[in-house]
Structures are given as C-alpha cells and as structure tokens.
Design a binder for this molecule. Structure first.
Ligand code: 9MR
Length: 469
C-alpha cells in the first residue's frame, strides 16, 4: 500500500507567497532582501518498491540544493549517498531503498557560502511488501520456540562479551533466549563489604537481557566457593553473620526484582558423600540455613512486588551419585513442603559416556514428581576426561553430538509445566572452564561446547538441533 504524507506548515504559504510576488512587488520593496529563501519540499513522485523522486520548489538565485534522506524523522542517520547530496535541479531520484519502508527528506538551498535552513520534511512510504523476518530454523532458539511446549535455550555469559556487534552478541541474539552470568552475579564480585555492592558487571548482564528480550537467570546467591574475603574473615557473632547473609540476599533480590526471572538461591549445599557440605554457612548458621535463605529471598521479592520470581536449588553430579541425589531431594522436599522452591537446577557437567539416559531421567523425574520446574543449568559435555586424545577426533565429536542430542530430547519430553530452560555453560571450547580445571582434576585439553575456538558450529550443535525434532 502506498501512503504519501505531506507535512504542510506555515512555511508552505510563506514560500508560495514569496514565489507569487510579481516583479513589480519586488521593485516596490524598499530594501530588496538578498537573503536566500528556504526551499519548500513538495510531495514525492514516482514512488516504487525501491525508489522515489524527491521534489521541491526552486528558490530564486539558488545555485544548488542540498538533499538529506533518512529513515528517521530526526535525521539522526542519513542514507548513504544522501547526506547533503548536491543537486542543481528541483528534483532527484532516490534509489536503493527497501519496500514498504518509511523515508524522510528535506532540502536546503545554497548560493556560494550561503546555505539556508532546512525545508519542511516530506515522508514517503515505498510500495511493496516488507520481507518476512527470516527466522532461521537452524538457530537453536528459533527451533525451540517452534516446539509445541517451548523452553528457553540459555547460555552462560561474561559481561565483556556483550558489546553490541561482537561475535558473542550476534550468536547470542540469534541462538539463545536466556542468559546466566558465568560468575559476575555471585557474592564475591557483588559484595564488597557489609551493605556495599559493586553492581557494574552484573547490571550490564541484566540490562543486556532486559533490553534484548532475553530471559535472565540469577546465579547464585549463596555458594561456598564465592564467599568474599570480608565475609569469610567475619569476626562477629554467628547471629551477626546470619544477618549479613540476610542483608545480602535481601538487597540483591530487591535490586533485581522484576529484572531477573529466577535465582539459584543456594548452590551445591551437598557434598560428594551425600552429606550437608561443611560450608561457612552450615558452620555459622546451622542446618536450617538453607530454608532461611529461601525465605529471605521470597520475602524480598514479595516486598518488591515481584511475586513471579522463581527460586531454584542448583547442584551437580546428582544423576550418577545416588547418595548425593537423595540428600539433594531431601532438601528440595523440605523446601517444597514449605512452599519456598519453584525448581531444581541440574548442572549437567557431563561427558560423552556418562551419565546414561536412564540415570538422567531418574534424577530429573524426581523434580517432576514434586511439580517443580527443571533447569538443565550448566550443560557441557567433555570428550577428553581421561586425556586420551590430543585433538577433537571425528569419532569423539560424533559421540558428543549424540550425547547433546540425548539430553535435549530428554528435556524436550518433559511436561510443559516442568520446563524452564536448558542452559549451555559457555560459547567456545577454548573459553570453557573445563580444560585443565583443577576443580575437576581435568588433566588436559577438552572440547565440551557447541562452538569451536573460531566460533564455528560443531557437530554438537547439530546434535542439539536434532534433539529438538
Ligand atoms: O565456569 C565458572 C568459572 O568461570 C568461574 O571462575 C567459577 C568461579 O566463580 O565458577 C564457574 O562456574 C561454576 C558454577 O558457578 C557452579 N557450578 C560449577 C561451575 C564450574 O566450576
């Protein structure tokens, strides 16, 4: 549809009056002005899908006209080639445009060094139909969004990756619908002292998600590996220590209320023997500390008016370590019976051999049975846990692809109400935490993610896509 809008102002009548003046009128003026008149832009003609003719009324004595064309009415950015384009005539054809799009033009007159102010602005809409936004089905989130019961496809990010136009930014916006901060929303970077905070990196991540319509998962309020020095060296009483933890949880949940959809409130509270991990929180606050932390998070969210915030418990290796799985679910059961938890995060730092499909399903189904949401929260799949390859072999890449496909299929088969997000722990293999990790005792290099060092798609990416079929 063609819409041509003319913005007519008082200038129109003034210019017409000027143009209609007879020579006699001019002769009769006591002091004829030598000042160049501002041109009057008139409606566009010959409008097509990709061009139009801009027109204006000639100004006496003008030598040139300077024509601006922009896609915004403020002319903040001009079209290439149409930023003060010099024209001698009273018309010019503007080409190379997109169909069904709005353009704006205006004109100035020039004589020697004298240049007038801008004319009135004319709006033109090119003909034709705007091209469909191409939603490429080989992008992870596009395929996940098209599922009968969609879920977020997440990725762990660092604030320095989020520069507009960077490779991370492009891949993130194309492929992912949720983000988790890999470390910048933990207690040690945020909490610089009692009641004092450094929000810079965390805010950058949260704002990026909010500005781009990407879900933000908060990770993690309480984790024994992210206690800032001032708190691990705390010399007050245990009750004062608990108050510091309460203040931290309250302030952080309040700061991000309405901006993050979910938080891992307590992370990794169970050790590898299936006991409560002997953390500073357990030592100073006693075994009820977990319940207290969830209560404080819930209270802070409610007080800030955020009644939709989802609270998760997050842990690793629960599919293969059954004593640990049992202990985790006794904690989760207890939180659930107090109505303080919405979901369970299964980290899934897996490898190409383990866990099996059945082990993963058994583990995840315990959360489903409690009516909780499931977050596969830190997925990566090692292929060199025994340090027996020195490069990513074809055979290992294929085995990894199958394992990615398997976990995506398991996740996608969950009932709608239990789905939340499946989050991959980073972008490129060479930036993963796994190679040479001392935490994992990982002895050599590894290739655990979806993109290689050059940001090219790996077979694992195809496996992820196939899991969504
Ligand atoms: O991958 C994260 C790494 O970059 C950080 O240095 C580290 C400490 O903050 O945390 C890593 O992420 C961990 C996650 O927060 C909890 N589960 C285990 C992850 C790997 O250690």
């Amino acid at each position: 549809m063609r819409i041509i809008k003319i913005e007519m102002g008082i200038a129109f009548f003034l210019v017409l009056t000027l143009l209609n003046c007879s020579e006699d009128d001019n002769k009769n003026s006591p002091e004829p002005s030598t000042k160049l008149a501002i041109p009057f832009a008139s409606i566009a003609s010959n409008v097509t899908d990709d061009s139009f003719q801009a027109n204006w009324v000639l100004v006496p004595e003008a030598e040139n006209y300077l024509v601006d064309v922009s896609t915004d009415s403020d002319f903040s950015v001009m079209l290439t080639g149409y930023d003060a384009l010099i024209v001698q005539d009273n018309a010019v054809t503007i080409t190379g445009l997109s169909p069904a799009s709005n353009y704006y033009y205006r004109v100035r007159a020039q004589k020697g060094t004298e240049i007038t102010n801008n004319s009135n602005v004319i709006t033109v809409t090119t003909t034709g139909v705007a091209p469909e936004e191409s939603e490429d089905p080989t992008f992870l989130k596009v395929k996940a969004n098209a599922l009968e019961n969609p879920f977020f496809v997440g990725v762990a990010v660092k604030s320095n990756q989020l520069t507009e136009g960077s490779a991370y930014d492009v891949v993130l916006k194309n492929e992912f619908s949720s983000i988790t901060a890999e470390y910048e929303m933990k207690m040690d970077p945020i909490s610089t002292g009692s009641g004092s905070y450094n929000w810079e990196a965390a805010d950058k991540i949260v704002n990026y998600g909010n500005d781009n319509g990407i879900n933000v998962h908060g990770h993690a309020l309480v984790w024994h590996n992210a206690v800032p020095d001032w708190l691990s060296d705390f010399s007050g009483t245990d009750a004062e220590f608990a108050l510091e933890v309460k203040k931290y949880i309250t302030d952080v949940v309040t700061h991000y209320a309405g901006k993050v959809s979910s938080w891992d409130v307590v992370n990794e509270a169970v050790d590898d023997n299936g006991n409560m991990r002997n953390t500073i929180f357990l030592q100073k606050m006693g075994p009820d500390y977990i319940k207290d932390c969830y209560q404080w998070a819930r209270d802070a969210a409610n007080a800030a008016g955020d009644t939709d915030l989802l609270l998760f418990y997050n842990d690793y290796a629960t599919s293969t370590n059954i004593p640990k799985q049992d202990k985790v679910f006794s904690i989760v059961d207890n939180l659930k019976s107090n109505n303080l938890i919405d979901g369970v995060g299964f980290q899934m730092h897996n490898n190409y051999l383990s866990p099996t499909k059945e082990q993963i399903e058994t583990d995840i189904n315990r959360a489903v049975a409690l009516g909780l949401k499931v977050h596969v929260s830190e997925l990566d799949i090692q292929v060199n846990q025994n340090n027996d390859i020195s490069y990513l072999t074809e055979e290992r890449a294929l085995a990894q692809k199958e394992k990615y496909k398997e976990i995506v299929k398991i996740y996608n088969a969950l009932p709608k109400a239990n789905k939340y997000a499946l989050t991959v722990w980073g972008f490129k293999d060479n930036e993963s935490w796994i190679p040479y990790s001392t935490d994992l005792n990982h002895p050599g290099n590894d290739w655990p993610l979806l993109y290689n060092n050059k940001f090219e798609l790996k077979k694992s990416h195809t496996g992820f896509l196939e899991g969504l079929e």
